[in-house]
Write a protein that binds this ligand. Structure first.
Ligand SMILES: NC(=O)CC(=O)C(=O)O
Length: 319
C-alpha cells in the first residue's frame, strides 16, 4: 500500500479547463491572453459553468506557445529557440517555492492570477531551464488560491515519435525527462499530475491512483494524427483502469502554426463516461466533479480491492 498520508476527503468541486488559442511567438502577448482567460474562467464564462470554479487548468503551453518551435523540433532551427524561451523556476527555500525571488514571468503571472481570482490553478506547462545543470524540462506548476506554488511536475516521458508521412517529433533533442511522480492536495481532492505523452504509460497513472489521487489531470497537446486515434481512448482507459476522474486540457487548433493541436479538451468520470468535451477552437469548459460517481464505481466494480499483486509483483521484471 501507499506510504503517503491519506488523501483529503473527496468533496464535490467545480473544474474549469481553458483551451487557449491565439498563441504565437510573442511571450508577453501570450501571458496577457492567458491571464485574461483565467479571469474569464474564474468569473464563470464559458461552457457549462455552475458557479465559480475551484480549480482551473491551462493547456500544455510549451508546444503552442512556441509555435515556431513546433516546426523546428525536427530541425536545428528549433534547438536554438527552445532554450531562448525557457525560464528558471526558483526552487524551494525554507520548504517553500520563493515566488518573490522567481525570475520566471510565467510563474509570477500564474501566482498572481491564482491569488487574485482565489482559485487553484494548474498552469499548463512551460519550458523550464534548471540553472543547476542547464537542462530544459517541460514543466507544470500548480498554485493555491493564496498564490503559493505548491508543486511542479516535469514531463516524464518525452514525445519522440516517427509516423512516416504524418508526424515526426523528437522532444529529446532539447528536453530532458523528469524523474518523479507528483500530486497535490486541495481541500476537496488529491490531484495527480502528468503531461501529454505521459498518458500513454499506464504505470504513471496507476501509481498516482495508488498514492490516493481521486483525480488525474494532464495538460496535453495531441495532434491531428494521433488525436483522433488515441486522445479520448487513452483518457477513458486511464479513468476506467484506475477508477478516477481523468482530464486532459489541450490548446486550441491553429492551422497557421507548425504544430496542429487536436483540441478536444476532455473530462472523463471513473466509469469512463465523458462529462464535457471541447471542439477544436478556443473555449473555456466547466464541469462539476462529483465523488458519488467515484464511490459508486469502486463499490460496484471493486477492482481497486481485487488486484493480485501476488501474481504481478513487479511489472518491470515481467513477473
Ligand atoms: N504531444 C505529446 O506529448 C503526445 C502526443 O501528441 C501523442 O502521444 O500522440
Amino acid at each position: 500500500m501507499s506510504s503517503f498520508p491519506p488523501p483529503p476527503a473527496f468533496k464535490p468541486f467545480n473544474l474549469a479547463l481553458i483551451q487557449l488559442g491565439q498563441i504565437g511567438p510573442d511571450k508577453a502577448a501570450n501571458l496577457k491572453h492567458a491571464r485574461d482567460m483565467i479571469r474569464k474562467a474564474a468569473n464563470g464564462e464559458g461552457e457549462g459553468a455552475q458557479g465559480k470554479p475551484d480549480l482551473i487548468v491551462l493547456p500544455r503551453w510549451a508546444k503552442d506557445r512556441f509555435v515556431t518551435l513546433q516546426e523546428c523540433f525536427n530541425s536545428p532551427y528549433g534547438h536554438t529557440h527552445f532554450p531562448v524561451y525557457a525560464e528558471p523556476i526558483e526552487f524551494k527555500s525554507g520548504g517553500k517555492y520563493n515566488i518573490e525571488a522567481s525570475q520566471s514571468e510565467s510563474v509570477k503571472m500564474l501566482s498572481e492570477a491564482a491569488k487574485s481570482e482565489g482559485v487553484w490553478l494548474l498552469g499548463g506547462s512551460i519550458p523550464e531551464r534548471d540553472p543547476s545543470n542547464g537542462n530544459i524540462y517541460n514543466t507544470s506548476t500548480v498554485y493555491s488560491p493564496q498564490g503559493e506554488l505548491v508543486v511542479t511536475h516535469r514531463k516524464v516521458h518525452l514525445f519522440d515519435i516517427d509516423i512516416p508521412g504524418k508526424i515526426t517529433f523528437k522532444e529529446s533533442e532539447t528536453l530532458t525527462g523528469g524523474s518523479t511522480t507528483n500530486f497535490f492536495d486541495t481541500e476537496f481532492a488529491r490531484v495527480g499530475l502528468g503531461i501529454c505523452y505521459d498518458v500513454r504509460f499506464p504505470e504513471l497513472a496507476m501509481i498516482s491512483a495508488r498514492q490516493g489521487c481521486q483525480v488525474l489531470i494532464y495538460p496535453g497537446a495531441f495532434n491531428t494524427t494521433t488525436g483522433p486515434l488515441h486522445w479520448e481512448l487513452l483518457q477513458r482507459a486511464r479513468a476506467i483502469d484506475n477508477q478516477v476522474y481523468f482530464s486532459m486540457c489541450s490548446p486550441a487548433r491553429d492551422l497557421t502554426a507548425g504544430y496542429h493541436a487536436w483540441g478536444h479538451s476532455l473530462v472523463v468520470d471513473p466509469m469512463g463516461s465523458k462529462l464535457v468535451e471541447a471542439e477544436d477552437g478556443e473555449t473555456i469548459l466547466h464541469t462539476r466533479i462529483n465523488p458519488k460517481t467515484f464511490n459508486d464505481a469502486r463499490a460496484g466494480i471493486p477492482v481497486t480491492t481485487q488486484r493480485r499483486f501476488d501474481v504481478y509483483l513487479d511489472v518491470s521484471k515481467g513477473s
